[in-house]
Design a protein around this ligand. Structure first.
Ligand SMILES: Cc1ncc(C[n+]2csc(CCOP(=O)(O)OP(=O)(O)O)c2C)c(N)n1
Length: 826
């Protein structure tokens, strides 16, 4: 009886013990000691109001300098992994090395402060533990076989990271402050705390980890998907073990992490096959302030990181003033990433010693906090006294080194590049367009037939959907020259021929595998078991790789990712497709900051292709335009290419040109919707087997036209049909297939050829304040040599298109009527 009683009691107490541990594992982070200045108050949790040895042990593990959030992870093995790490004694660390790191980080900032008073550097002081944290992550990564790390970060502490983690000599950073070579960047370039850098990190195990710090615009968080896309490309290069060999580490500010959405979009891709990188490591360099904004104004949650909890990934908060804990967390984070291929978040909570930049006075908005900060010792001093070390000799030595580096910088004549481009960029060129870049894009007809037949076939026993079967039969006819080619087939043949020539192809976008307009069918789906078969992956044993992915419903992160991928795979044709061109403005930051300006700011090239379905077809304000005007406003110095191919053959040659030329420039293509299957836009096999992309498609060779209509894309086909209907034989219709780089010579030749024309009329579907009108008018006037230049367009409008199909048709009818009769001046 007594024994039975004891057994019950011990069972109860075991249960009670479990409850205690569970409570601390679940809620302990809310009472952890995370904020060096104590402003982040601990949260009262009744479940943690317990005493006794069990409670004390659990409190020690879960309410110290590390607060782990992991109980939202459904996978028990992952929770247990973290539990086991959290509930073991802290490892012995090389504290002397940590101290040295801290001294270097802080003295570097102080030297910059005294030498370059009044210049912005976005000091890391208050978060100096970032350097030992990165050190710890990279050392752990090296042990796991990492050969490269892709780092992304914004302004805060960037110069410090460049020197102490990327390994750029301090003299190079000083040279940027000295601005030794301003002429090299007149009108271009970027500020020093945005520049990319490459280097080698010497890991403790004797190996070197190649570091690539990604160039970054001011737009906070915009770099996140770019960095992850770059990591994916590098991993693809490594092959099978790529995910282990390349580790992405992305750093964030707390206000930016809480406020911006693109990191969340990027992390949402982390488990999606086409976009995974085997886990990215995220560090919030959390100084509990954003410029002048305090956390209660910056987010509605306790932690800036809270939104990350929507994913089953761990978040480790750590007090930035406990360097040992920080170093420990770095290792745990990296090893977790490695063990489970999962992203992980480290929230490094410290403070910001100065104003937002060093020229900003923070005492105006946070007088009390800054009084506290002023009285607060730098971390290296606190740490040195904690571990009983004398840091003064290190300080002395570091100062001397930095003095020497500054002298060295003054002797430099040119601004150091701070990076080395990988060899795979050797074969490619940027800069201004040169006709010598042109290549042959035609493919012999028998080769097209062979590729086309493969594209139209699938394995025996594959249960094909009847509609797809019909489409493939049509494709087979197209391949044999028995039927005109549509855009879908032209694209497949462009991809297929490139793959056979050794160019890999990667395409992503919303519903892009099938194609929003049912036009692509890159994957065939077995109707019985939903297995996929991608004919373009089965062309020949020695072909290059082909990938097509449906993306998450995001523009910014997916385009950012593909831009990033293109940065590390110049030899591949990398395409991002918007569902409709109108949605591309969801990625406007990526377009403005990376696609259009990347070469100007950072001298970095990309051949990424944007496919933007465009055309006024009565589908409403958000399914018509792709904002041609916006892209045209971004152009200068041949930075991007803007094209609208009006036939299947033109599309074929354009895609091949993009891949085969050595000129690497982003390509924006306005692609068709209804025109995808319009017989007027289809082409013969012979047109793919000869010729090349025409920037201008001329009309009527006899030069007798009285009027010349100039247009681009779908409206041109409508104009041709209208001309036929009217039996008009005095009008020429010229298609402008490339808007930028503006094909001046080709267009001038065509306009001159129409010697009898009295007037040239630009016809566009867009309202007067949109489309290519404003861009083209001055150029056309120059080329018209005194002859009239008129235009036909919809009335200026705040919104791109009407929502009424009938109104659309009336408008379209009027456009055509005006084009053939009543065009008005400007
Ligand atoms: C998208 C965007 N909006 C606004 C800014 C202007 N801005 C630059 S830094 C900053 C505060 C950033 O705070 P936080 O993310 O906490 O980083 P910290 O500077 O504190 O390290 C702001 C608002 C910006 N760079 N990007």
């Amino acid at each position: 009886m007594a024994r039975q009683q004891a057994a019950v009691e011990s069972a109860v107490s075991k249960e009670a013990q479990e409850r205690i541990w569970d409570a601390f594992r679940r809620w302990g982070f809310l009472q952890a000691n995370l904020d060096p200045l104590g402003d982040l108050e601990r949260v009262a949790i009744p479940e943690l109001d317990v005493t006794g040895p069990e409670a004390e042990a659990a409190r020690r593990f879960y309410c110290g300098s590390i607060g782990a959030e992991f109980m939202h992870i459904p996978d028990r093995a992952r929770r247990e992994w973290i539990q086991q790490r959290m509930e073991s004694e802290a490892p012995k660390l090389d504290q002397a090395k940590i101290l040295e790191r801290l001294v270097r980080a802080e003295i570097f900032e102080q030297v910059l402060q005294t030498r370059y008073l009044g210049t912005k550097r976005y000091s890391l002081e208050g978060e100096a533990a970032l350097i030992p944290l990165l050190d710890s992550i990279l050392n752990a990564a090296s042990e796991q076989g990492a050969e490269q790390a892709v780092l992304a970060m914004s302004h805060r502490g960037r110069l410090n990271v460049m020197t102490h983690i990327v390994g750029r000599p301090a003299a190079e950073i000083f040279a940027r402050f000295e601005d030794v070579d301003p002429r090299s960047v007149l009108g271009g370039g970027d500020v020093k705390y945005h520049m990319g850098a490459t280097g080698d990190f010497p890991a403790a195990d004797g190996r070197k980890v190649k570091i690539h710090l990604v160039s970054n615009p001011s737009h906070l968080e915009a770099v996140d998907p770019v960095a992850v896309g770059r990591a994916r490309a590098k991993q693809t290069r490594y092959g099978k073990h790529g995910r282990r060999q390349v580790v992405p580490v992305v750093m964030h500010g707390d206000a930016a992490f809480a406020g911006q959405g693109v990191w969340a979009e990027t992390l949402n891709m982390s488990g999606v096959e086409g976009f995974t990188v085997g886990g990215s490591v995220h560090i919030i360099v959390n100084n509990l302030i954003g410029f002048t904004t305090v956390p209660r104004e910056a987010h509605s949650s306790r932690f800036a990181s809270d939104l990350a909890k929507r994913l089953p990934i761990p978040i480790f908060h750590v007090n930035a003033e406990d360097p040992d804990a920080v170093v420990r967390v770095g290792r745990i984070a990296l090893e977790y990433r490695h063990a489970f291929g999962s992203p992980v978040v480290v929230d490094l909570i410290g403070y910001r010693r100065h104003g937002h930049s060093e020229v900003d006075d923070p005492t105006i908005t946070q007088p009390r906090r800054y009084k506290k900060i002023e009285a607060h010792q730098p971390l290296w001093k606190i740490y040195a006294s904690e571990i009983g070390a004398n840091a003064e000799p290190i300080v002395e030595r570091v100062r001397e080194e930095l003095d020497a580096a500054q002298k060295e910088a003054l002797e430099l004549e040119k601004s150091p590049p701070m990076r080395e481009l990988p060899a795979y960029w050797n074969a490619y060129r940027g800069g201004r367009y040169n006709a010598s870049f042109e290549v042959d894009t035609a493919v012999a007809q028998q080769d097209l037939t062979a590729i086309g037949e493969k594209i139209a076939s699938y394995p025996d026993g594959f249960h094909i959907h009847p509609k797809v079967k019909k489409l493939l039969e049509q494709r087979s006819e197209m391949a044999r020259g028995k039927r005109a080619l549509d855009f879908g087939m032209a694209e497949a043949l462009a991809f297929g021929s490139l793959l056979k020539q050794g160019t890999p192809v990667r395409l992503s976008g919303q519903d892009s595998v099938r194609g929003t307009f049912n036009q692509r069918h890159a994957a065939l789906i077995d109707v019985e078991n939903e297995t996929q078969f991608m004919p373009l992956q089965h062309l020949a044993p020695d072909q290059s790789w082909f990938e097509a992915y449906n993306s998450t419903l995001s523009e910014a992160s997916v385009l950012g990712f593909e831009y990033g991928f293109s940065r590390d795979f110049p030899e591949a044709l990398v395409l991002w497709e918007a569902q409709f061109g109108d949605f591309a403005n969801g990625a406007q930051i990526i377009i403005d900051q990376f696609v259009a300006a990347g070469e100007d700011k950072w001298n970095l090239l990309s051949g990424v292709v944007l496919l933007l379905p465009h055309g006024y077809e009565g589908q409403g304000p958000e399914h018509s335009s792709a904002r041609i005007e916006r892209f045209l406003q971004l152009v200068a110095r041949d930075n991007i290419q803007i094209c609208q191919p009006s036939t299947a053959a033109q599309y074929f040659h354009l895609l091949r040109r993009q891949a085969l030329r050595a000129w690497r420039k982003p390509l924006v293509v306005f692609t068709p919707k209804s025109m995808l299957r319009n017989p007027a836009a289809s082409s013969s096999l012979a047109e793919l087997a000869a010729g090349r992309f025409q920037t201008v498609i001329p009309d009527r060779g006899d030069g007798t036209a009285e009027r010349v209509l100039l247009c681009t894309g779908k409206i041109g086909h409508e104009l041709v049909a209208e001309r036929k209907r009217r039996k008009d034989d005095s009008t020429a219709i010229v298609f402008l297939e490339q808007l930028y780089p503006f094909p001046e010579a080709e267009l001038a030749a065509e306009m001159d050829r129409h010697a009898s024309a009295r007037e040239f009329v630009w016809v566009q579907e867009e309202p007067a304040n949109m489309g290519a009108l404003a861009f083209l008018l001055p150029r056309l006037e120059r080329l018209a040599r005194g002859r009239a230049v008129l235009s036909v367009k919809r009335s200026a409008s705040a919104s791109p298109a009407t929502g009424s199909h009938k109104a659309h048709e009336m408008e379209q009818h009027t456009l055509l009527a005006l084009a053939f009769g009543g065009a008005v001046k400007k």
